[in-house]
Ligand binder design. Structure first.
Ligand code: NAI
Ligand code: MG
Length: 498
């Protein structure tokens, strides 16, 4: 039996311990004493009770981070020592890779094959990539004027607040922590309320490998009127990095205005996935599946608008529907599972409401469109769903559904699809399937989005920048671009004039 049984759970002992806040190197209860529950999306069972951080806890965490930034050993240690700590953290995660994968799957619902072989390896690589950057940060000298010697210093920003979502809980933590630490900042991480567990386990390893106290603080809790909002409002925080919903991003920009703290945002998407008539159909069908059903469709760069050339539409759809109908849906801990549950009841409700909207708008469901029954009825499952005959103006083609719901839009000409692809308020990613190198490059240049995949989908690497055009946010994470997000440049003028 490939399902991980309870007795085989490596994360059992971690789950049984109280879940506290990490502030100034200590694990503490929330000042209010409040807790909230995190649930297993496959079963709706409570996994653990989590400390609910509030204003007093954020105040304490910001103070701890400030102290560690201004006065702790973090500030004076060599960059090689800083790098060494980040490498040690990556090694420690690797040593517990199966435990982390199980914990992620239990809390988020995603298939264990994905948490073990996609999320976790990327988490480890991201930390290693940024560990390397710690020793490679440099300023420059500028020969502007012979009467002056001018040089620039690249300095950390200071105390950073990082608010992350639930779709890739540990990976989003790695994207945030890796560069912030490499650049010498101290930080407060606010994990998503739906999936706090792997961040808390990460906190234990951060303490174990020897990061100085207060460098990484972890405050679990909610967003509005809770830990998230208090962190964004806090006058002692120098920068906020956020990944999540577009509307939350807007709220954060407004709330950050008090001390004009820096903000970087990675928000939603409604990516066009464009298949031209000359494409390798089988490869494009696989790409379309990966584009919309990977991680149960809970992906900001999901290929949720599939544009199909009319001449290949029917052949493509036959193959796509056949694959989608045959996906093995089940609990994430089952190694055979290809599509797991959504993260929460709220998300299921949101997805089901969009499925109803799509039908009202006149699109046709050719696959799924409902929740499975039987053993899966108690979990947060939605069947892989495909809408045919979608018009790009419909709400199901314009709004982020964040679930396994694909909108298929037929087109006749390159000009038509090029125009439609950009008819969206988002601009996070897009993909083009064609054998024609000219068409591929033309579309890649034309689509207003931060990432374009040609004859592939969801390719990622810590060295390659990721982020949005338009309402998909600002700033670029990963690669050297994340270094810009977590450093300030200072120019120093030295008078050489006699
Ligand atoms: P959300 O953006 O509201 O939550 C993400 C994080 O922000 C969580 O840690 C949450 O506690 C925090 N947060 C929420 N409101 C806040 C506030 N006012 N101040 C500070 N922090 C705040 O996303 P949510 O509500 O979980 O999901 C709703 C929709 O957002 C999804 O259906 C999806 O469309 C989109 N989303 C997009 C993601 C992406 O990667 N682009 C990730 C998660 C959700
Ligand atoms: Mg929200």
């Amino acid at each position: 039996m490939a399902v991980v049984q309870e007795k085989e759970l490596l994360c059992k002992s971690f789950l049984s311990q109280p879940k506290k806040l990490l502030i100034g190197g200590n694990w503490v209860d929330a000042e209010s004493g409040k807790t909230f529950e995190t649930r297993n999306p496959a079963t709706d069972e409570v996994l653990a009770k989590i400390a609910e951080g509030g204003k007093a806890d954020i105040d304490k965490a910001v103070q701890a981070a400030r102290k560690a930034y201004e006065h702790g050993p973090w500030r004076t240690m060599s960059t090689a020592q800083r790098a060494r700590l980040i490498y040690k953290l990556a090694d420690a995660i690797e040593a517990h890779i199966d435990e982390f994968a199980q914990l992620e799957t239990l809390d988020n619902g995603k298939p264990i094959k994905e948490s073990r072989y996609v999320d976790l390896p990327q988490v480890i690589e991201t930390f290693r990539y940024y560990a390397g950057w710690a020793t490679k940060l440099e300023g420059e000298t500028i020969n502007a004027n012979a009467n002056f010697f001018n040089y620039t210093l690249r300095e950390p920003i200071g105390v950073v607040g990082q608010i992350i979502p639930w779709n890739f809980p540990l990976l989003m933590a790695a994207w945030k922590l890796g560069p912030a630490l490499a650049c010498g900042n101290t930080l407060i991480l606010k994990p998503a309320e739906q999936t706090p567990l792997t961040a808390l386990r990460l906190g234990e390893l951060i303490c174990e490998v020897g990061f100085p106290e207060g460098v990484v603080n972890i405050v679990t809790g909610f967003g509005p009127d809770s830990a998230g909002e208090f962190l964004v409002n806090h006058m002692g925080v120098d920068k906020i990095a956020f990944t999540g919903e577009e509307n939350t991003g807007r709220t954060i920009v407004k709330a950050s205005a008090g001390n004009l703290k820096r903000v970087s945002l990675e928000l939603g998407g409604k990516a066009p996935n464009i298949v031209l008539a000359d494409a390798d159909i089988d490869a494009a069908v696989k790409g379309a599946m990966l584009g919309i059903f990977f991680n149960q469709g809970q992906v900001c760069c999901a290929g949720s608008r599939l544009f199909l050339d009319k001449s290949i539409h029917d052949e493509f759809m036959t193959k796509l529907i056949d694959r989608a109908k045959n996906m093995r849906q089940g609990p994430g801990l089952d190694e055979k599972t290809q599509i797991g549950p959504q993260v929460s009841k709220e998300q299921v409700e949101r997805i089901m409401s969009y499925i109803a909207i799509g039908q009202k708008e006149g699109a046709k469901i050719v696959c799924g469109g409902e929740q499975p029954g039987g053993d899966l009825a108690k979990g947060y499952f939605v069947k892989p769903t495909i809408f045919e005959g979608v018009n790009n103006d419909m709400r199901i083609a314009q709004e982020e559904i964040f679930g396994p719901v694909l909108s298929v839009i037929p087109f006749k000409t390159m000009e038509e699809v090029a125009e439609q692809a950009n008819k969206t308020t988002f601009g996070l990613s897009g993909a083009v399937w064609t054998k024609d190198i000219k068409k591929a490059h033309k579309l890649a240049s034309h689509i207003k989005a931060g990432t374009i995949w040609v004859n592939c989908f969801n390719a990622f690497d810590p060295a390659v920048p990721f982020g949005g055009y338009k309402m998909s946010g600002y700033g670029r994470e990963l690669g050297k671009h994340s270094i810009e997000l977590y450093t300030n440049i200072k120019s120093v003028w030295v008078n050489l004039a006699e």
